[in-house]
Design a protein around this ligand. Structure first.
Ligand SMILES: NC(=O)C[C@H](N)C(=O)O
Length: 468
């Protein structure tokens, strides 16, 4: 009898805990209205939520609001039509439970574009074109090995230059809301700001356990020769992978970590590089995956935090600059509550040691609570503050090193950490130097560039060993 009561109590407690978890863990459970809104497949294995009037719910209002703590900027984005419109349900997938499920969220970019006579013939996104194309893509509809896909186009589709933190937050929230319904996610967007957006999502997701693959193209999908089709197909394939549990970019035969990516070319199809770590996978006749580079599976509950503090300035120094202009700019920005200053300096993080006033302006900014981060103008390699005497002044001024982070990752990480609201400025400074999502090579693993004397020693050793 007593044993029975104990079991009942444990059972009731377990239900209560599950209910509490459901209500507190973001993304734990999609909205019931979504679940109940069962639609019937019109196209086997492929559905789109566009053009279905019954499915349309009001676009998200959430993102138009300011977030709870006052330091964070209003983050209204330009994208409309969040995935509240999605009609995906578990019943929807009932007949094909064995297949992987991938959600494609399309924001626009060249992939979706066509020459628009009303814009003087310039390229502009065409709403609905991707959806229509996908419906006829035999690669997805006919191949039982391919994942089942659901696509969603935001309204309006936009160029990625028009996207910002509000739009990134919308995408992250849509992924979180559909997290438990899909095995992976593809985000289609323009290439110009893809590395920023994808880096931002890397930080917004804590304990991500599924692949999120960004892709786009340099040539529109509608052109007979394009890079859009294969980028799209491979992104979907990687989004159904069991081993990828991080945000990545698939572009031109390479899967790269999002927070290591940078756009390097305006015209070649190889538009992205991962300068400081190798691609996670490369596609030739075979797929060469570098499993050892993948982030390990998460150890905690998935969570999304979309607040970003955008009161940042990025400053690229050029030799011979007039430092009074820069000092005035920093002072003026501080009056408008500057929170972060990212300096793009020379080589390992050097700037002229003789510009005392500038160093003072930086240490004043630091003392006033601004996080000053030093990045390098070099494409490859790391900041090593103090390797040269000129960098010592920066250490004394309280600046922090971005290590080998890309500018995109450094800005996204700083905006994310400042936006968290629960971190003190000293914690933000410390965390800038901690590897959170694979964006940074830990300091102790970066060796300073060898000096000539060590080359001489090495050559001497080699010659000596040859004589024996
Ligand atoms: N290739 C592209 O997608 C470039 C385009 N301007 C964009 O970023 O939206």
């Amino acid at each position: 009898m007593v044993g029975n009561i104990n079991y009942t109590v444990i059972y009731v407690l377990a239900i209560v805990i599950i209910l509490i978890l459901e209500s507190t863990v973001e993304g734990f459970s999609p909205s019931l209205s979504t679940l109940r809104n069962v639609q019937h497949n019109r196209i086997p294995h492929l559905r789109s939520t566009n053009g279905d009037a019954d499915a349309k719910l009001p676009a998200k209002e959430k993102r138009q609001q300011t977030t709870s703590h006052e330091s964070v900027q209003a983050r209204a984005g330009r994208l409309g039509g969040g995935s509240d419109e999605l009609t995906t349900t578990l019943e929807h997938f009932g007949d094909t439970a064995a297949r992987k499920r991938v959600l494609i969220l399309c924001t626009g970019g060249t992939l979706t574009m066509s020459n628009d006579p009303s814009q003087g013939g310039s390229l502009a996104p065409v709403q609905g074109a991707l959806t229509k194309y996908l419906q006829n893509m035999r690669e997805f509809t006919d191949d039982p090995e391919m994942p089942e896909i659901v696509s969603h186009e935001y309204t309006p589709l936009i160029d990625s230059s028009d996207m910002g933190p509000g739009d990134w937050a919308l995408i992250a929230e849509d992924i979180a809301e559909n997290y438990y319904y899909f095995d992976g996610f593809v985000v289609l967007m323009g290439t110009d700001t893809m590395a920023y957006a994808a880096s931002a999502l890397s930080f917004m997701f804590q304990n991500l356990g599924k692949p999120v693959v960004f892709t786009g193209s340099q040539i529109p999908l509608r052109e007979p020769y394009n890079d859009a089709r294969k980028n799209l197909i491979m992104a979907v394939i990687f989004a159904s992978s069991d081993t990828v549990s991080e945000v990545t970019i698939f572009f031109h035969d390479r899967l790269i970590r999002a927070c290591r990516a940078t756009k390097v070319n305006t015209s070649k199809l190889l538009a992205f590089d991962s300068p400081n770590i190798e691609p996670l996978a490369e596609i030739g006749i075979n797929i060469e995956e570098r499993d050892h580079l993948y982030l390990p599976p998460p150890r905690g509950a998935f969570r999304v935090r979309t607040e970003m503090d955008t009161r940042l300035i990025t400053l690229r120094l050029v030799p011979g600059f007039d430092d009074t202009c820069i000092i005035h700019m920093i002072k003026a920005a501080r009056e408008t509550h500057l929170k972060g200053l990212i300096l793009q300096l020379y080589g390992t993080g050097n700037m002229p040691s003789l510009k005392d006033d500038l160093v003072h302006a930086l240490s004043d900014a630091t003392a006033a609570g601004v996080c000053v981060v030093v990045t390098t103008q070099c494409h490859t390699g790391s900041v090593l503050l103090g390797h040269y005497a000129t960098g010592q002044a920066l250490i004394k001024a309280g600046t922090v090193s971005a290590g080998d982070m890309t500018l995109e990752a450094a800005t996204a990480k700083l905006a994310y950490l400042l936006g968290r609201g629960d971190l003190k400025i000293d914690e933000v400074r410390d965390l800038m130097g901690v590897d959170l999502r694979g964006e940074l090579t830990p300091k102790d693993q970066i060796s300073p560039p060898p000096l000539a004397s060590s080359y001489q020693k090495a050559i001497f050793q080699k010659n000596r060993s040859r004589t024996y």
